[in-house]
Design a protein around this ligand. Sequence first.
Ligand code: PRP
Ligand code: URA
Length: 206
Amino acid sequence: MVHVVDHPLVQAELTGLRCRNCPGPEFRQRLRRICSLMVPAVTADFETKVVSCETPLEMTSGVEVTRRIILAPVLRAGLGFLDGFFDLLPGAAVAHIGLARNEETLLPEPYYIKTPPILAESEVILLDPMLATGGSAVEAARRLIDLGATHLRFACLVAAPEGIATFEAAFPEIPVFTASIDRGLNDRGYILPGLGDAGDRLFGTA
Ligand code: PRP
Ligand code: URA
């Protein structure tokens, strides 16, 4: 269930993001552009229904996405995906999932959860650029499911094999979209080669 979005423009943007000397404004712009390139892959199987529409010349038919869309960014780094997803899904609602990874235990510690009513029929897209140990993604998905999500998918940017294995073991049915499967984790739980601490780079807190 892991889809690697290997479009050349995605890979070129990701290379720019990985560079340590990519400044904050450029980091945010690249992230936004990468989203606009990944959203079509992430949403390719969205269910649509036929609707009628009147052009200036005649009646015709078209389609509309059937389900309500909820974007669920994991704070903070997931916020870096939000504008890019909103560009293509402007009507989406947002479920904020505040998790901070404990630097010692590497376990996620929840600090803020604010979601719209998650109807069983909503399409929920979990957003977090980094899938490292997988602890945060598993915690976020579990919370969304507890709140009623039944159609869930996960969009990240850089995934470690360890995180993919943990997430797949917990939720084999949830599709994961990523731009890269990196080599692995270092002894502090950072992805190699990775791009460093995504939240710090986005918000200048390093
Ligand atoms: C980062 C990242 C993920 C998590 C991934 O967030 O954005 O949420 O770590 O690591 P994991 O797969 O091992 O759980 P962090 O907790 O550092 O918070 P931040 O985004 O506020 O910096
Ligand atoms: N969180 C990040 O932001 N980067 C990593 O490499 C691992 C966790």
